[in-house]
Design a protein around this ligand. Structure first.
Ligand SMILES: [Zn+2]
Length: 307
């Protein structure tokens, strides 16, 4: 049995490569509970969820990693957010039930945007690439090849019950201390590292969705990298946790403006805001809405901190 709702890091003892495995079962099912996506949209979103968790855990940041896909196709928006503590939420919007599983067709030749808001350091990074493949893993391959980041590959699988993923990343050789006892001392020749990097990718290309979904981490790593000395670390939990709150809804309504809010009250007697990620519903009556614009907290405060 595969792990559930966990992320596990591993390293290759001989090479400057590291990897991660992620599995979401109950967390993924909870994420999809209030959504009725066609299977193609659900699985594309699931792969993006696995990818976001894997990417977030390769980074040292304190904030939010966002994977966003926008296009003109049947699935015109996909948005996944992951915090540094591996708290995830995700949403997709689609117009027509799509017939394809090709991500470029699904999204209508969309673009993929990766944003990292590092609140700890107070900076923000954003990379935008056109979709360069038929799946999220191929598109991310294009993303990594076109940016000046560490060589990174992902293998992803999603269905109605689980999402899983494998990430491999090649580190700069200098970042890995080589001890005198290791491989006779010194740094490995570059061409040996290059050959090994090519080999581990070819091996990982043989992994099936079923294996990613069903094998536990040690079995999967043994199946793939039996000839390598791979060291696994303790796994970390992954969560579905929405960041919506009444306070955020109130700030959003304040930003919308009193005129707009009053007109909704006039027509419906209340304002109902449903969170698109988790379907939680927030209701404000006329008194609540008046308080929004006259009570404490005015003028509008900046949006509440994420988390
Ligand atoms: Zn929510």
């Amino acid at each position: 049995m595969a792990e559930v709702d966990t992320l596990r890091r591993f390293v290759f003892e001989r090479y400057p490569f590291r990897g991660q495995l992620v599995h979401l079962g109950p967390a993924w099912q909870a994420m999809m509970e209030h959504h009725d996506y066609p299977a193609q949209v659900r699985d594309a979103l699931g792969e993006a969820v696995a990818a976001a968790a894997l990417l977030a855990s390769t980074l040292k940041f304190e904030g939010l990693l966002t994977l966003q896909l926008r296009g003109q196709g049947p699935m015109h928006l996909m948005l996944v957010e992951c915090t540094e503590g591996l708290r995830l939420r995700a949403v997709a919007r689609f117009r027509d039930p799509p017939e394809t599983r090709d991500l470029r067709e699904l999204s209508g030749n969309g673009t993929l945007t990766v944003t990292i808001e590092n609140e700890g350091a107070g900076n923000r990074y954003q990379g935008v690439v056109p979709l360069s493949g038929s799946s999220m893993s191929e598109c991310l391959r294009g993303y990594f090849e076109s940016s000046e980041q560490l060589p990174t590959r992902l293998w992803l699988h999603a269905d109605g019950d689980n999402v899983s993923g494998l990430l491999l990343q090649r580190l700069p050789v200098t970042s890995r201390p080589v001890t005198a006892t290791e491989s006779g001392g010194g740094v490995l020749p570059e061409d040996e590292v290059e050959d090994a990097w090519r080999r581990v990718q070819l091996v990982a290309d043989t992994v099936t969705g079923k294996e990613l979904a069903e094998l536990d981490d040690s079995k999967l790593l043994h199946r793939l990298f039996a000839e390598d000395d791979v060291r696994m670390f303790e796994s970390a939990p992954v969560f579905f946790r929405c960041r919506c709150s009444r306070e955020r809804v109130e700030n959003m309504l304040r930003a919308l403006g009193r005129k707009e809010v009053d007109s909704v009250i006039e027509e419906f007697g209340q304002v109902e805001v449903r969170c698109e990620f988790c379907s939680r519903s927030y209701r404000l009556d006329a008194v609540d809405c008046t308080a929004l614009f006259t009570g404490p907290g005015n003028p509008p405060r900046p949006p509440a901190a994420v988390h």
